[in-house]
Ligand binder design. Structure first.
Ligand code: CA2
Length: 149
């Protein structure tokens, strides 16, 4: 577990790569998973990669992973805007939590997209770097692990 990075994806991200490519690109969630695994494996770490459309499932996964993981990378997707149970669960996590958004939520046409509540529980946020943001988040956590005595 200490050598595992949990990568969580919220609602509708199972459809990544099938619509709105101008905003989200052409990569699929399977591509994102491969990217995260490749990055983690370079540091000798493993990735537990998951997606759900169900808030209760996301809460369960975060609770199960709150201790003993290298860290959590999460794209909460639309949970970002109203899912207080997910926020509370993230606040219980002991290790680093990196919030990732593929698009730059501060430049989107809909003003509400910038108001993510999850940031209150995140160590840091990456937004707008496409799926590369996931790889950078995994790398951040992996380097933290490597720097520990
Ligand atoms: O930019 C991101 O990664 C988002 O977290 C994606 C979320 C959106 O609600 C956030 O505002 C920003 C999910 C977008 C809807 O899901 C799609 C999946 C595939 C293709 C297009 C949209």
């Amino acid at each position: 577990m200490a050598g595992t990075i949990l990568v969580l994806n919220g609602p509708n991200l199972n459809l990544l790569g099938t619509r709105e490519p101008d905003i989200y690109g052409h990569a699929t969630l399977a591509d994102v998973e491969a990217l995260c695994r490749a990055e983690a494996e370079g540091f000798g770490l493993s990735v537990d990669f998951r997606q759900t459309n169900a808030e209760h499932e996301m809460v369960e996964w975060i609770q199960q992973g709150r201790c003993g993981l290298a860290g959590i990378v999460i794209n909460p997707a639309a949970f970002s805007y109203a899912a207080y149970p997910v926020l509370d669960a993230l606040k219980l996590v002991e290790g680093p939590v990196v919030e990732v958004h593929i698009s730059n939520i501060h430049r989107r046409d809909e003003a509400w997209r910038k108001d993510t509540i999850m940031t209150a529980a995140a160590t840091g946020v990456i937004s707008g770097l496409g799926i590369a943001g996931y790889g950078l988040a995994v790398r951040y956590i992996a380097e933290l692990v490597r720097s520990r005595p």
